[in-house]
Design a protein around this ligand. Structure first.
Ligand SMILES: Cc1cc2nc3c(=O)[nH]c(=O)nc-3n(C[C@H](O)[C@H](O)[C@H](O)COP(=O)(O)OP(=O)(O)OC[C@H]3O[C@@H](n4cnc5c(N)ncnc54)[C@H](O)[C@@H]3O)c2cc1C
Length: 265
């Protein structure tokens, strides 16, 4: 989307911290530049201005609403309209951030299903980190009813292990708590010879882990986030295993270009 910037709708956000994971993946923490309310799982709209015009895109928020800064996990799309500009920004630089968070990819606390299967490719882990950071804080505080009976099970796919972004943090929650499990899987182990963990694409591992974690469709909501091909494959697998459409939530990050696709996870 390209149009003139609007001071009513946008903050001028500032980059507080940047962490590079690979030549095309990085995380960034920003001060949004004003009050910014959101629920874990929602996304912010970030952008840049060029000669009085702006380009903007949706980015899932990694941080918890309990944190002051907003955090994002971004993949560079070399010929994309926005990410090459975002990639050039460093600590202290500014960008545009819409004042309103959007999205309905939040934790399902209404259906009565208490198990939550979180399936992602690479940056698609972002909303799930926000869920877990939020629940972990609630759990530690001792004065919140959350997570109650809720249990979260996360499968994250990437080509190589340095693309996971939040593995150490998620493994820590997984070993500290009885309500969170995390399995990262690498789809190109021949490019990551030190990797000792799970291998294969997340969609190929879904059945195995649904069985191992005893996740039954009637008590489990599934959340699929990231690469469109993973989301489509995983939805098909879950539906064939008995999940109803309303128990499978999706956040698809982009539409595949007709000329080919980037393989993720
Ligand atoms: C709700 C929502 C949340 C999102 N959250 C994140 C997030 O947390 N982190 C993140 O990095 N992205 C996220 N995205 C994707 C993001 O909005 C942009 O689409 C992406 O950053 C590419 O922007 P661009 O302008 O550089 O490329 P564009 O100019 O939009 O795209 C150029 C071409 O590249 C293809 N393409 C776009 N993204 C990818 C990709 N990742 N891999 C391969 N091909 C691609 C498109 O199909 C298009 O043909 C999210 C999208 C949605 C809808």
């Amino acid at each position: 989307m390209v149009m003139a910037p609007s001071p009513d709708k946008h903050y001028r956000a500032r980059i507080l911290e940047r962490r590079d994971l690979s030549p095309d993946l990085w995380t960034v923490r920003i001060d949004p530049g004003g009050p910014f309310e959101f629920r874990a799982g929602q996304y912010a709209t970030l952008g840049v201005e060029h000669e009085g015009r702006r380009i903007e895109r949706a980015y899932s928020i990694v941080s918890s609403p309990y944190e002051d800064a907003l955090e994002f996990f971004v993949e560079l799309v070399p010929h994309g309209n926005l990410t090459p500009d975002l990639f050039r920004l460093n600590t202290g630089d500014t960008l545009l951030c819409r004042k309103i968070a959007k999205g309905r990819f939040t934790l399902d606390l209404r259906s009565g299903r208490t198990k939550h299967l979180l399936v992602s490719t690479v940056t698609g882990i972002a909303p799930f980190v926000s869920y877990v950071r939020t629940l972990y804080r609630d759990w530690k505080s001792g004065d919140s009813p959350m997570p109650g009976d809720h249990k979260l099970y996360s499968l994250q796919g990437a080509s190589r292990s340095w693309e996971f972004g939040y593995r150490e943090e998620l493994e820590r929650y997984s070993s500290d708590t009885p309500w969170f499990k995390y399995v990262p899987t690498v789809s190109r182990p021949w490019e990551d010879l030190d990797w000792k963990g799970e291998t294969g694409r997340v969609d190929d591992l879904l059945r195995k882990y649904a069985y191992e974690w005893r996740l039954r469709p009637e008590e489990t909501t599934a959340y699929l986030c990231g690469h469109p091909v993973m989301v489509e494959n995983a939805r098909g697998i879950l539906e064939r295993a008995g999940w109803k459409k309303d128990a499978v939530f999706e956040e698809i990050y982009f539409q595949e270009a007709k000329s080919g696709s980037a393989g993720a996870g």
